[in-house]
Design a binder for this molecule. Structure first.
Ligand SMILES: *[C@@H]1O[C@H](CO)[C@@H](O)[C@H](O)[C@H]1NC(C)=O
Ligand SMILES: *[C@@H]1O[C@H](CO)[C@@H](O)[C@H](O)[C@H]1NC(C)=O
Ligand SMILES: *[C@@H]1O[C@H](CO)[C@@H](O)[C@H](O)[C@H]1NC(C)=O
Ligand SMILES: *[C@@H]1O[C@H](CO)[C@@H](O)[C@H](O)[C@H]1NC(C)=O
Ligand SMILES: *[C@@H]1O[C@H](CO)[C@@H](O)[C@H](O)[C@H]1NC(C)=O
Ligand SMILES: *[C@@H]1O[C@H](CO)[C@@H](O)[C@H](O)[C@H]1NC(C)=O
Ligand SMILES: *[C@@H]1O[C@H](CO)[C@@H](O)[C@H](O)[C@H]1NC(C)=O
Length: 445
């Protein structure tokens, strides 16, 4: 039965377009901070970073009006305080290398304080070692961000001390993997903070989330140090932090508000609760009706068994619609116990093709410039801020998108159909295998 499920998983994985490894670069922490990112940046297109800046500036009316306000003026005058002197020097270096205004680089580095929708899965595999995975979703500039995502070996004394994932031009880290020690990912918490509250926290020592995660990788060598740092440090914005270590039961989702940790959920090896799935809602509440990801995850996990769980099945799971969305940019899977880390750009959305009952990525053509081809909608699905048949028209200022719930309603319909297909296929396969086994028994007789 396990074999049948694995076979099915392999079959469906083959039918999905192959994801691409995120390019890997070294960043030397012993080197001059001002030039630390030059080599990384030389591999990326400055225009992509510029478009990202433009989009960030146009996304939020509050941010737009705040751009030259007291807050932002304070922020630009106090980057040493907010980012620390090292990272502040790195930000200056990025601005210098790219020729993009320092203010804009600072602002794009605080992107998390604006918008994101992601997933975390933390649990234990068939060898009882903790794993963690994260899908990074951005509804703004999805394909732009796919071009900018970068995997960094942060090095000291010529050796890698930890792996980070970020976007070229952003000096913090979105995720951290440290061999034999721990891994951290982060997810957006929808509740709990608006821009003025985020600024209030930044002005009183709150660390921007990306800075917090990178610093955990730099300063901590073991799981308990990293856990305490994430649980106790004042942060610039509410969020969910997923962390796993190397030992059984070292798997957590921490629900953070600015000044404290509100909920700490632990997951336990070898129990019914051997995994935790976090979307964008607190784990002690039900998600809003349009977000069915947790339900899909729980349904899936009830069929799956820890004894079959490995990095391939984690990757398969993270690619199921709507766990993976059209706006999913990249995925990380990390098993610190075995030093396994995989970071993939998810180049196009998995489009469900009802006629062939497959998840087909081939129909996503590069002509949808800034968006993704949506077979479901029968046209390019443009990222926020873009429009037109090819998603290449950059809109002027448009109010905050309210399309989230509508598009998620579409996702709900598709999510249900895909989940039921997957569950149905598993059931059918199990039945077939049982029948097959029975007939084999009779053969023997
Ligand atoms: C930031 O620095 C500029 C130039 O020194 C100064 O005019 C401005 O008042 C400062 N802003 C804040 C909020 O301190
Ligand atoms: C970059 O820094 C160098 C050295 O400090 C300086 O000469 C140059 O003018 C700077 N370039 C820009 C675009 O800021
Ligand atoms: C990995 O997990 C095994 C089983 O729990 C444990 O014995 C081993 O010490 C762990 N390895 C590391 C590097 O922590
Ligand atoms: C942010 O939230 C606080 C507390 O709920 C509220 O007083 C404030 O008006 C909000 N600010 C904005 C700009 O929405
Ligand atoms: C973890 O690291 C911290 C900080 O470096 C250290 O104080 C502590 O003793 C370490 N704990 C273990 C269990 O090694
Ligand atoms: C995490 O921090 C909260 C306070 O923010 C504290 O109540 C809780 O005991 C901490 N959890 C652990 C496991 O240390
Ligand atoms: C997470 O912890 C909260 C508070 O203890 C609890 O109410 C909730 O049921 C937990 N959720 C999960 C999925 O374990």
């Amino acid at each position: 039965m396990e074999k049948a499920i694995i076979f099915l998983i392999l079959l469906l994985t083959i039918l999905t377009a192959p994801p691409v490894d995120v390019p890997v670069f070294n960043v030397d922490l012993d080197g001059d901070a001002f030039h630390r990112w030059d080599q990384v940046l030389s591999n990326y297109n400055v225009e992509d970073l510029e478009s990202f800046v433009t989009l960030v500036k146009s996304i939020s009316p509050l941010l737009q009006s705040a751009y030259d306000s007291f807050w932002t003026s304070w922020l630009f005058n106090n980057t040493d305080y907010v980012f620390g002197t090292e990272l502040s020097a790195e930000l200056n270096g990025v601005a210098n290398y790219t020729g993009i205004a320092f203010k804009d680089i600072v602002e794009v580095n605080l992107i998390y304080e604006l918008t994101a929708y992601c997933s975390i899965l933390v649990g234990y595999d068939q060898n009882h070692v903790p794993f963690i995975s994260h899908n990074e979703d951005y509804s703004l500039g999805t394909s732009m961000l796919r071009k900018l995502v970068t995997r960094i070996n942060f090095q000291k004394g010529g050796a890698t001390v930890f792996t980070g994932v970020t976007y070229a031009g952003l000096v913090g880290s979105r995720a951290v993997h440290k061999d034999g020690a721990f891994a951290i990912v982060q997810d957006q918490r929808d509740a709990g903070g608006n821009l003025s509250q985020n600024f209030a926290s930044l002005m009183t020592g709150g660390k921007p989330i990306f800075v917090l995660i990178r610093q955990a990788g730099e300063d901590c060598d073991n799981f308990s140090c990293a856990f305490d740092f994430l649980n106790n440090t004042q942060v610039g914005s509410p969020c969910y932090l997923g962390i796993c270590g190397t030992q059984p039961n070292e798997g957590y989702v921490i629900t953070r508000s600015h000044y404290q940790s509100d909920i700490v959920n632990q997951t336990f090896d070898g129990t019914y609760d051997w995994y935790l799935y976090e979307g964008n809602s607190d784990l002690n509440t039900n998600p809003p009706p349009y977000d069915i990801r947790r339900e899909v995850a729980n349904n899936y996990m009830r069929v799956a068994e820890q004894s079959t769980w490995n990095t391939n099945s984690v990757f398969y799971f993270m690619n199921i619609y709507p766990i993976r969305k059209e706006r999913t940019v990249w995925n990380i899977i990390s098993v610190p116990n075995t030093s396994f880390v995989q970071v993939k750009v998810l180049e196009c959305a998995p489009v469900y093709d009802p006629a062939n009952q497959i998840i087909d990525c081939t129909s996503c053509s590069p002509t949808c410039n800034q968006g993704v081809c949506s077979e479901y909608q029968g046209k390019c699905s443009c990222n926020f801020g873009f429009s037109g048949d090819y998603c290449d028209v950059l809109d002027g200022y448009t109010p905050q998108p309210t399309t989230e719930s509508t598009s998620d309603k579409d996702n709900v319909a598709r999510g249900i159909s895909i989940t039921s297909i997957v569950i149905l296929s598993v059931v059918v396969t199990i039945l077939l295998v049982m029948i097959f086994k029975k007939s084999k028994k009779y053969d023997k007789i």
